[in-house]
Design a protein around this ligand. Sequence first.
Ligand code: HEM
Length: 440
Amino acid sequence: MAYTLVLGDVSIAVGWDDLFAVALLVSVAAIARNARAARGAAESGRAANETHSDPLGKQDNAPKALRYGDDQSSPSWHATGPGYLPDPDPLHRFDLQSATVRDYVYVNKTLRYPYFQTMSHQPMHINHWIEIDKDYQWYLDEKARVIREQGKHVIDSLPENDDACTELLESLVDYLPKRYPTLFELVTTEKQPYYGILNKVTGERFTDVQSLRGVDALLVVSRLVQDDFLMARERDDGKMYFVGGLIVFPGSYLLSEKINKPLHEVHSSVPHINKMMMSIERTMARFAPDRPFERSSWWIADDRQLFWHNIVSGSVPEDLHPKDLFLRIDHQTFRKLPRTKGIVFGVHPVLQRIGDLANSPLVPALLAKIHTDADSELMDYKKTEKYAARLLPYLQELTQDQIARGVLRAEDVDDVAKFRERAATTAGGDIGGGREETMV
Ligand code: HEM
């Protein structure tokens, strides 16, 4: 017997054979779906054992069209779908005493050769939004001190941004207990599942977070994470404006100088930014809540004063050995808040002593080459004239030492762009252990 299917203007005669074939196809699809689900479950078991160290980020081998980042072993990497932002994977065995952030020398194309000013942004895995390390308490204490001393220079919000501050805080209250269950606990009531948060490290408990707006919400944020947050929003003129934030560790500028300005003015001191501004604005305008991204920037500092480094307004002390200069890398994360449409730009600065790069193959040679070959305007922005004469001979010394120790072959020294491969393949190379010291 045959049946007739009518699809719009088209009629199709269907026999038992056809129906059997369709049933077979549906069964095969169901088997494939179940197999995928089983694979996902196995991977979620793996993620539960994840440590907090993913130094290389495997980005070079990663496929181009990434949605959430490069860590394919994580279940949230697979949780795709329109508008869907997955929960972070929990770090059940997170140990604050020994925790390190990813090594930003290697992730996010922070250091690269040739070195030009580029957007160099990457899709961000949600696991990497907030990273916490063993210096957590130091950052929080330092933040409290700077906020006390600097007030509105480092923490402020225009009225149009106040609701976004609440949403940022709510996002953290949701995220932190999920990602770091050993450090944070969600405080719930019968009516409000996200009523508050307990910080188990500091013992502080923050409740009724939804009632906190503007600076009041940002003050709580400053007691939860090491990151600063710059906040932007699109106004009716179609331009993106800097509308507030918590910028306690800028190093070289003040929030109070930038607030209420459009992005092109905010970036006016950045060399070659005009060439990138259109792309930046386009990226910001099209930015969707389920497409967070990250980038990093670097410069050299001469102390641990994350709020304002001495090198910015003074000169490097005569007796400071170049090994005690710091490579400052700012891990920058970008998220669009779905409810208020605010843009939050997180910044987590991390310092690495230059002397600690001794075991990172090719990295001293790479840093030296960037300094000697990159565009001078870009290097001036990084204040190289204040330290380069002292740093460059020391970097050379580190490179020669790497050759002498067999960490590097003399013929590879010019091939600095291969520093990631060298780290992965060199025995004795120190891939992830960049920051040996604690900040205190
Ligand atoms: C939320 C939107 C943004 C805000 C509020 C913002 C703000 C800032 C500020 C305050 C600075 C320091 C300027 C100075 O030295 O005086 C800066 C630097 C810079 N920004 Fe942005 N920015 C935003 C988005 C972006 C985006 C999307 C990109 C590119 C993907 C970008 C690229 C840069 C670059 C290249 C610099 C120079 C330092 C570095 O290499 O990071 N910015 N930004």
